[in-house]
Design a protein around this ligand. Structure first.
Ligand SMILES: C[S@@+](CC[C@H](N)C(=O)[O-])C[C@H]1O[C@@H](n2cnc3c(N)ncnc32)[C@H](O)[C@@H]1O
Length: 465
């Protein structure tokens, strides 16, 4: 390790900033955020820096630098573009053992400044030891997306309970275990969802609890999207990384499963059209049982959990059992497939509305509202319709939809195996019958399908027909 990381308390302490341009202003902004009093020295000083100096009772010295400017300062920042001046400032500070940073000149520095993620009071600093500041900034950008802004609020709430927790647990180990439980469980999730009152109630009841081994579990009902893992939401990814156990079904792609925490227990719960690894009632009950054991349970479903996903049924039993849960939407197959096939679902010239319909017809009877589906200005997306494809197309035509209405059948949409078959209501069933088609598939009916020819952009590993 080339540098020792520390966090300095600069509140109301004098810091010397030499320079008055853009870079100096940026440095001044950061120092002020940490509560420093600025002594700014430069012949020309930006308006923002002047304002910062005035705000925190600092000193404005509009002239050339003098060696004595360093006196009484706890740190020094040189942000001028005059090399000999930077060297002199560095030399003066070193002679007085005052930490000095010269912007973009690591050799003249006795300390360097990291890339920062500010979720005050939580602050994360990343440094490449001056070797590659751009890499440090890229890592910061990645972490920024993973650490919700409300983590700062979580840290503030934890701090407000610190003394009470200290009074309740007299040894460090049990305090640590208590905080781990609080900061990784439902309390953290409630704070991140803005439900602070409910979160504080749980902290109070956990402190009062005699047997500290009993913990409250929770369930995350998460939409895993149509296949491409890059279509996950940030919240989905965060919960996938913290779950203890995951219940997933067939539609969740391997790429998405790769992103679940490595050591989480994985339970496959089905389901194919005719084969169910586990009955729905048993899945519902298992979620309750695992949460009651204190586990953070991820229920990961393909697409969106509230669109043909039976997500509602799964959380009903949780609600009855007072188990905390949250629902994270995912990109539903219709949106994902349409986007990756270059087929806008609505379009001013072709379709003024869109309808998502299940093609899984009960007892093979035609039980859809066919007359409503015949409207030529409406796009229809059929989920689970492969088996009933021929019947569906015939019924649409019988109820007045033109036999020449274009149809796109999208197979394994958004993945590297995506394939798009284009035909019309009269011919699609024969086209599909002549191919080997792999689930999952959906089909889009309507004039918007004509746009595919010009708007297709996604190239999967397979040839687009
Ligand atoms: C039980 S539904 C679940 C839908 C899911 N909740 C959603 O919002 O996408 C399953 C159907 O979704 C469609 N589907 C899901 N993922 C798909 C994909 N990657 N490509 C094509 N169709 C897909 C198929 O029609 C499949 O039969």
């Amino acid at each position: 390790m080339d540098y020792f990381p520390v966090f300095l308390d600069l509140k109301n302490r004098l810091c010397l900033l030499v320079g008055g341009g853009d870079i100096a202003t940026r440095k001044g902004r950061l120092l002020s955020k940490a509560g420093a009093r600025l002594r700014v020295v430069a012949p020309d000083i930006s308006a923002e820096l002047r304002e910062l100096v005035a705000q925190n009772n600092g000193e404005l010295l509009e002239r050339e630098y003098h060696s004595s400017d360093i006196n009484d300062c706890v740190i020094v920042v040189a942000a001028t573009d005059i090399e000999p001046l930077n060297e002199q400032i560095s030399h003066d500070a070193k002679a007085k053992n005052i930490p000095v940073n010269v912007v973009d000149s690591p050799a003249l520095c006795t300390y360097i400044t990291p890339a920062i993620i500010d979720r005050s009071p939580l602050v994360i600093a990343i440094s490449s030891g001056g070797e590659s500041p751009v890499l440090a900034r890229l890592i910061r950008a990645k972490l920024e997306t993973l650490i919700p802004t409300s983590y700062g609020r979580l840290a503030q709430i934890a701090s407000s309970w610190r003394d009470r927790v200290k009074a309740r647990f007299d040894d460090g180990d049990s305090r640590r275990r208590f905080w781990e439980k609080i900061l990784q469980g439902p309390v953290a999730e409630l704070v991140l969802n803005g439900q602070e009152e409910a979160a504080e109630k749980i902290i109070a009841s956990e402190i009062a609890q005699e047997d500290q081994s009993i913990t409250q579990g929770e369930v995350y009902l998460v939409g895993g999207g149509p296949g491409d893992p890059e279509l996950l939401t940030l919240r989905a990814l965060r919960l996938m990384q913290q779950a203890d156990v995951v219940l997933y079904d067939r539609l969740v792609s391997d790429g998405v499963m790769e992103l679940v925490r490595r050591d989480a227990e994985r339970i496959y719960v089905g389901k194919r059209r005719s084969e169910h690894a586990m009955q729905q009632e048993n899945i519902n009950q298992l979620l309750v049982d695992l949460a009651k054991q204190g586990k953070r349970v991820l229920r990961l479903k393909g697409g969106d959990p509230f669109i043909f996903g039976r997500g509602g049924e799964e959380i009903e039993l949780l609600a009855q059992n007072n188990i905390p849960f949250q629902v994270v939407p995912g990109i539903t197959a219709a949106s994902g497939c349409a986007a990756y096939a270059g087929i806008p679902l609505t379009h001013r010239d072709y379709a003024q509305s869109v309808r998502f319909v299940t093609g899984h017809l009960k007892s093979d009877e035609s039980n859809l509202q066919w007359p409503e589906l015949a409207n030529p200005t409406q796009t229809i997306v059929f989920y689970m319709g492969l088996v009933g494809l021929r019947d569906i197309c015939e019924s649409l035509v019988a109820h007045g939809r033109a036999a020449t209405t274009p149809v796109a059948l999208i197979e394994r949409g958004t993945t590297q195996q995506q394939r798009v078959l284009i035909a019309d209501l009269a011919t699609i069933a024969d086209v599909v019958a002549s191919q080997e088609v792999h689930a999952p598939t959906l089909f889009i009916v309507g004039d918007v399908v004509k746009l595919h020819e010009n708007l297709k952009w996604f190239k999967s590993g397979l040839e687009v027909i």
